[in-house]
Design a binder for this molecule. Structure first.
Ligand code: DQA
Length: 149
């Protein structure tokens, strides 16, 4: 089965972008850790990043189709700033019935007020914030565990 790890806007800049907030790991570093975790879990990793909202919507639908035919366990999603703006992503998650773990590297609740609200949290299976890139690993473990229930 597949496990999707989807990343939204500006996450391609990880490592360069505000390392005090987001750490020094690059997205490629996170991908290689996720690959190790997927191997341990016996899952096939689909790891992607896009700066385009509609592309993320398409990928959530793709994952949803695989969940429906029992070939995927779901999506770990760091939607970046679209978390705070996107009804379309929330509708994709609920419309495609995709188990989704929302992940944020930084503790969004300790930051600007506009980062405190998430359109995704009400439709997410769970939310992990503020644990750095380790949150991706935890999200993957949670989806694998959920699929075994
Ligand atoms: C983020 C938090 C968002 O508020 C921000 O827009 C990001 C990254 C995080 O991982 O901490 O792009 O999702």
């Amino acid at each position: 089965k597949t496990i999707y790890v989807l990343n939204g806007p500006n996450l391609n800049l990880l490592g360069l972008r505000d390392p005090a907030t987001y750490g020094t790991q690059t997205l490629a570093d996170i991908e290689s850790t996720c690959q190790q975790v997927a191997d341990e879990l016996g899952l096939e990793l689909v790891f992607r990043q896009s700066n385009h909202e509609g592309e993320l919507v398409d990928w959530i639908h793709e994952a949803g189709a695989q969940v429906a035919d029992d070939t995927s366990v779901g999506v770990v999603l760091n939607a970046g700033a679209y978390t705070h703006t996107s009804v379309a992503l929330a509708d994709a998650i609920s419309g495609a019935f995709v188990p989704t773990i929302e992940v944020h590297i930084s503790n969004v609740h300790a930051r600007e007020a506009f980062r405190h609200h998430s359109y995704l949290s009400p439709v997410a299976a769970g939310v992990i914030v503020g644990l750095g890139s380790y949150g991706y690993e935890l999200g993957m473990q949670a989806l694998a565990h959920r699929a075994e229930q």
